[in-house]
Design a binder for this molecule. Sequence first.
Ligand SMILES: *Cc1c(COP(=O)(O)O)cnc(C)c1O
Length: 399
Amino acid sequence: MQVPPFSLNKQLSEIGQEINDAVWKVINSGHFIGGEEVENFEKSFAEACNTRYSIGCNSGTDALVLALRALDIGPGDEVITSSFSFFATAEAISSVGAKPVFVDVDPSNYLLDLNLIGQAINSSTKAILPVHLFGCPIDMTQLVSLAKQNGLKVIEDCAQAAGSRWDGKSVGSLGDVGCFSFFPTKNLGAAGDAGAVTTNDHDLAQRIRQLAVHGMPRRYFHTEVGYNSRLDSIQAAILNVKLPLLPNWIRKRQQIAKNYHDLLDGLPGLELPQSSIANAQLHSWNQYVIRVKDCLDIDEKERRNSAQINKNACFNSQNSKDRDWLKDGLEAKGVSTIIYYPIPIHLQPAYKEFGYDSRLLSNTERLCSQVLSLPIFPELNIEEQEYVANSIRQLVESK
Ligand SMILES: *Cc1c(COP(=O)(O)O)cnc(C)c1O
């Protein structure tokens, strides 16, 4: 059996005709920029997120940049975020001229450690930018209260979390601004790049809208230097077909996560993502990420003898022997997995000169050497799920 990490084939066989019709409707209308499809999508997406406003844009990265710019964050400012994320999270902060300040993650949920944020706040700090990584919402009750106490803005990176909720409320509606990506592999995927910003603040919404169209409140009148970052009408038309299906897709992802948990629970050397999540949390499972713990391949005695060596090998290497052994073994059985993310942002060559202190980001570095994302997408069937789990079981038990 071959199990891909992600596939659109089955989705296309279900809704391909509808998408085809929606795309051709736009092409025949001749309205490729703005228009009805974009307005409808922005309205429905705001409703889905329980926010007053949603503004379509070109990508999730642009959504972050637009949010930061609209909040007047720029040179001399610091923004607290996670180094265990896709590069764009920090890149957006840097591209407006501000400095990303990385706080370590809680290894139990891969999210910013709320207990460590306080220490990172100083007089230059302007905002906290939490990432709802893999679709797991961070505790927004605590995070927003911490931000309020310190007079900070909250920009939610919801790129992987369309459909996730905290305390009954959609992510993207709890901070000052929410930033979504509709990159094809996200929970709600377009047929190319697309994104959106959500907010309840009227002035902020207007500023974001203007920034996304060359800082132009009315035609050929520019109040500031902005961007060309619009949501294409064709992408909006596709998203309009898909958005009503999102809640059901999330339920399927949740079922797959539960099945994986039941099938893999108790296997030695593996740590599964928390399945018994807090009541307040609705995880949308954009990724199901296991940890292959340090040095699975040696027994306890050997482990003690070579503790130091192994510690270094596992902590400092971007390629943990055990994780990569499992990944290769699965590949040989036809199961393709992905490592999100092999190198933390602070260790990327692009951020080398900043000199981030590894000692403060040890959980982040350790996770990068241990994580492995199993195939997950709504159409993954039970036979495929069982095949993935059985392949892992065989490999781990034959060690
Ligand atoms: C995908 C992603 C982004 C960027 O979104 P694009 O649409 O690819 O620009 C930002 N942050 C996170 C956490 C992401 O996963």
